[in-house]
Design a protein around this ligand. Structure first.
Ligand code: AQP
Length: 332
C-alpha cells in the first residue's frame, strides 16, 4: 500500500517555492493516497527560532496546507514534536547512519557555511530525523522539491542498512515524488540561488503573506536580462532568471514552459512581468488570504493539529514498538 509523508519547516516566510515545489503537490496526492503532512518544528530548531514565533509559524504552516486545499478530515495534519516516535526513531537512525554519509550532505554545507564549528549538532543530524519522519509511518512516497532529493536518498540508505543489519524487512525504501513545472523555484534576485525562507532579502521571494501590491513590486524588481523571451526552451539556457519566471508562470498556469514561450515569444519583460503578476495574484493570492484568515483563529488550527497528532500517533506507535523490538530494547 502506498502512503505519503511530507513536511515543511515552520521557520517563517513560507514562499511560492514551498507552494509550487511541495504544498501544491500535497493537495493533488490526497485524492489517491493516504497522506500525512507535518509542520516539522523539530527541524526548524536546528537553527535558532524565537519560541513565540515558532508557535505562530507552526500554526501558519498548518493554515497554509489547509488554505492550499489539504483536507484535514481526509489527510493528517500535525506538528512533528507532538508525536514522540519521530525523536525515538531518529536516535536509532543516528546509530545506523554513517558519519561519511552525513558529511556528503550539501544542505548542511550550505546552511553551516564557513562557521561550521558553530553549527548545531541537530543541523548536522537533520537528515536522520527526516528519515525517521518518513519511516516511522512506513511511508513509501515523499513529495518534495528538488533540493530534498539528496536527503531522500539518504533515507533510503538508512532504511536499507537497518534492514540489512537486523536481517528484517522493517522499512520500505521511500521514493521522492518531484513533479510539476517548478520543482526548484529560484530567488527573484539571483537566478543561481533557490528561493528560500532564510534569504536576507525579502525581494528574493513571494510569500503567502504578500498582497497584490507586494507581488507586483517584487516581480517588477525581479532580476532579468535585456533580451525578449525566446520561442523555445533551448534558448532559455544560460538565462537563469528568465527561465525561472517562465517556470513560475508555467506552474501557476498548469502549462508547460514550451506552451508559455509559444504565447510570449518575442515579448519583453515589461509585458511578461505584469502578466505574471496577474496570474500570481489570481492563483496564489486567494490561498494567502485564506491562510491569514485561518491563522487568525488559532483555536481552530490547534484543534486540527491535536486531532492530527492523535491520528499520526496511532500509526507511528505500533511501528516504533516493532522497531524497538527488532533492535532489542526491552519494552515492559
Ligand atoms: N525554492 C524552492 N523550489 C521548490 N521547492 C522548494 N522547497 C523549498 N524551497 C523550494 C520545498 O519546500 C518543502 C519545504 O521546505 P522546508 O521548509 O522543509 O525547508 P527548505 O527546503 O530548506 O526550505 P527553504 O524555504 O529554503 O527554507 P530555509 O531558508 O530555511 O532553508 C520541501 O519539500 C522543499 O523541497
Amino acid at each position: 500500500m502506498s502512503r505519503i509523508f511530507s513536511g515543511v519547516q515552520p521557520s517563517g516566510n513560507l514562499h511560492l517555492g514551498n507552494y509550487l515545489g511541495a504544498i501544491r503537490n500535497f493537495v493533488r496526492l490526497q485524492q489517491d493516497y493516504e497522506c500525512i503532512y507535518c509542520a516539522v518544528d523539530m527541524h526548524a530548531i536546528t537553527v535558532w527560532q524565537n519560541p513565540d514565533e515558532l508557535r505562530k509559524n507552526t500554526r501558519e504552516v498548518a493554515a497554509a496546507y489547509i488554505a492550499a486545499g489539504v483536507d484535514p478530515e481526509k489527510s493528517i495534519i500535525f506538528a512533528q514534536s507532538s508525536v514522540p516516535a519521530h525523536a525515538e526513531l531518529a536516535w536509532i537512525f543516528n546509530c545506523v547512519a554513517r558519519l561519511g554519509w552525513l558529511n556528503r550532505m550539501t544542505q548542511f554545507k550550505e546552511k553551516a557555511g564557513k562557521n561550521r564549528e558553530n553549527a548545531s549538532v541537530g543541523l548536522y543530524a537533520y537528515p536522520n530525523l527526516m528519515a525517521a519522519d518518513i519511516l516511522v509511518y512506513r511511508a513509501t512516497h515523499v513529495p518534495v522539491g528538488e533540493d530534498q532529493k539528496q536527503h531522500l536518498e539518504l533515507a533510503r540508505d538508512i532504511a536499507q542498512k537497518f534492514n540489512n543489519d537486523y536481517h528484517t524487512e522493517t522499512f520500505p525504501l521511500p521514493e521522492p515524488l518531484i513533479f510539476g513545472a517548478a520543482t526548484r523555484v529560484m530567488s527573484l534576485r539571483d537566478g543561481s540561488k533557490k528561493m528560500s525562507k532564510s534569504d536576507p532579502s525579502d525581494y528574493s521571494r513571494i510569500t503567502f503573506m504578500d498582497d497584490r501590491d507586494s507581488i507586483a513590486l517584487k516581480l517588477r524588481k525581479a532580476r532579468t536580462d535585456p533580451e525578449p523571451l525566446p520561442d523555445n526552451e533551448k534558448e532559455l539556457e544560460g538565462r537563469p532568471e528568465a527561465a525561472n519566471l517562465v517556470g513560475i508562470y508555467a506552474a501557476l498556469a498548469d502549462r508547460t514552459r514550451q506552451q508559455v514561450l509559444e504565447e510570449f515569444a518575442g515579448a519583453p519583460f515589461s509585458s511578461f512581468k505584469p502578466a505574471l503578476t496577474d496570474l500570481a495574484v489570481e492563483k496564489f493570492g486567494p490561498i494567502g488570504e485564506e491562510m491569514k484568515r485561518l491563522a487568525a483563529n488559532p483555536d481552530h488550527v490547534d484543534a486540527i493539529l491535536k486531532k492530527g497528532a492523535e491520528r499520526a500517533a496511532a500509526i507511528a506507535n505500533p511501528i516504533i514498538r516493532e522497531v524497538k523490538d527488532v533492535v532489542g530494547f526491552l519494552q515492559p
